[in-house]
Structure formats: structure tokens, C-alpha cells
Design a protein around this ligand. Structure first.
Ligand code: ZN
Length: 265
């Protein structure tokens, strides 16, 4: 199967809000009881099992969509239609449709509460589909946040770990998903682009485009032996020596970069 690669610009206001919510989800810090219940409703085991193979719609996309739905769609569904509240509802719609790059449907430019309600019902599906734009924006940012990707994959692994091999046909042993023999080209190119062709551990070049004769090794951040999966967010690029030295040892991934000392004292 071929997957078309698309490019898009990231708008960040809604994406940042969604990433905050992802952070609370991954680290188990719900804002309140409502959010706690909403987090518990995310069918994470289904998403973890779907990661038996690497798919363009990753487990992270699915969780981000659930979180977005529970924030923006529930608000859309709860819009108040009393005449004096229409301006507030319209502000919410204007901002959200702009984040989705969708022109706000003209039917919302009405002062009649019944017509406004009819417009809400008519465009519910448009609004729900529009949330994918916010999800794509948040994913584009999260894709480079290694620490949260690593913690997210640990959460996926925790749902797989207690399973017996007989619980689901995608499992190859108790608590274990299959090894994928070859990653699809779209995923390899995205991993190499993210790592800029360098080994994630030691920083040596592993991409032919950088003049390296070595082939990049693909490493599961949460090893299959520890119930990690093949979600695209669970891979990184290593050089052969780093990969062989690593084995199935658990690793802690942190976000880090180098910068000259900028402190004035
Ligand atoms: Zn290395």
C-alpha cells in the first residue's frame, strides 16, 4: 500500500491546547473528575492492538482525536441558543473553524436562535471532521517530543502486558506483539528526517545522503519484549553498534539539545 505524503503548516493555538491535554493524559494528571472519566473512556487497548503493524493513523492520532472530540465537539454540541448568547457561540465557532482552515458556514451569521440551532445540526459532521486538522497540527509537534512519545508508548505497552496469547489473534506470545520485518518507506523517511540521518544515541551519521556507508537500524523505544508495539511513535534510528549494545534493555528517553551557555552569570 502506498501512502501519499502531505505537507501542511502548523497553526499552534488549538494544537498547544490539545498537547496540554495529551500531556495530562499520558502522565495521568486529569484536571478534574470530568476529564478523569473522559480519559478512562479512551479505548487505549484497541489502539495498542492496532499497533501490531505501523499505520499512518497512529495510536497517538487516535488518542489526540478522542481528546479533541471531548474538548471541541462536546462544546459544539452544547452550544447555547438563547439570543443573547449567540455572539459568544459565534466567537467560539469563528476561532475553531479558523484553526481547522474551514470557512465558517454562512448560516451561523444569524440572530435567530432556531436558525442557529439548525446550522449547528447541519454542520456537525463538518465540525467533527475538521478536528482532524487540529489533531494533525498537534501530532506534527508531538512527533519531535521524544520524552512524551516514550511515555505514551509505555502506556500502550501497559495495556498489552497482561494479555494472554489467546486473548487476541494479533499477539504472538503472552503480552507480546509481532516483529515487523520491514518498515514501510514512508515511515523510514520520516524517521530519518526527524533524526536528521544521525544515530539517536551517539549522533554518528547513518544515512547514505550524509555519506555514511552504514545502514540505519530501527529500534523500538519500548522493546517488543516489554510489550512495546509497532506504532510509528515507538521507533527511533540507531547505528548498528548502539543498537547491538542496547539489546532489549529498557531506556529512558529525555528531550535534550545542546546550546552555548546563554546565562549572564
Ligand atoms: Zn550510535
Amino acid at each position: 500500500m502506498r501512502h501519499r505524503l502531505t505537507r501542511s503548516q502548523v497553526r499552534t493555538a488549538a494544537a498547544t491546547q490539545l498537547l496540554d491535554s495529551l500531556h495530562r493524559y499520558v502522565y495521568g494528571n486529569p484536571l478534574d473528575m470530568n476529564e478523569r472519566l473522559m480519559f478512562e473512556d479512551v479505548p487505549l487497548l484497541d489502539y495498542a492492538l492496532a499497533a501490531a503493524e505501523p499505520l499512518p493513523q497512529t495510536a497517538l492520532h487516535r488518542v489526540l482525536y478522542d481528546l479533541a472530540y471531548n474538548s471541541w465537539y462536546v462544546a459544539y454540541d452544547d452550544l447555547e441558543f438563547a439570543a443573547d448568547l449567540l455572539p459568544e457561540a459565534r466567537d467560539f465557532l469563528a476561532i475553531t473553524f479558523q484553526e481547522m482552515r474551514i470557512p465558517m458556514p454562512s448560516e451561523f451569521a444569524t440572530e435567530d436562535p432556531d436558525a442557529f440551532r439548525a446550522a449547528r445540526d447541519k454542520h456537525a459532521e463538518l465540525f467533527a471532521r475538521g478536528l482532524y486538522f487540529i489533531v494533525d497540527d498537534a501530532f506534527a509537534i508531538a512527533w519531535r517530543m521524544r520524552a512524551i512519545l516514550s511515555a505514551f508508548n509505555e502506556r500502550l505497552a501497559a495495556t498489552i502486558r497482561p494479555l494472554r496469547v489467546t486473548d487476541d489473534k494479533r499477539l504472538v506470545a503472552d503480552g507480546r506483539l509481532p516483529r515487523v520485518s520491514r518498515l514501510p518507506a514512508w515511515l523510514m523517511s520520516n524517521l530519518l528526517a526527524r533524526e536528521t540521518g544521525l544515530c539517536h544515541e551517539c549522533g554518528r551519521p547513518v544515512a547514505a545522503a550524509l555519506g555514511s556507508a552504514e545502514s540505519p537500524h530501527v529500534d523500538h523505544v519500548i522493546a517488543l519484549a516489554h510489550s512495546g508495539g509497532n506504532d510509528p511513535t515507538n521507533f527511533r534510528i540507531l547505528c548498528a553498534p548502539c543498537n547491538l549494545a542496547r539489546g532489549a534493555k529498557p531506556v529512558t528517553i529525555v528531550d535534550q539539545f545542546t546550546w552555548p551557555n546563554a546565562r549572564p552569570f
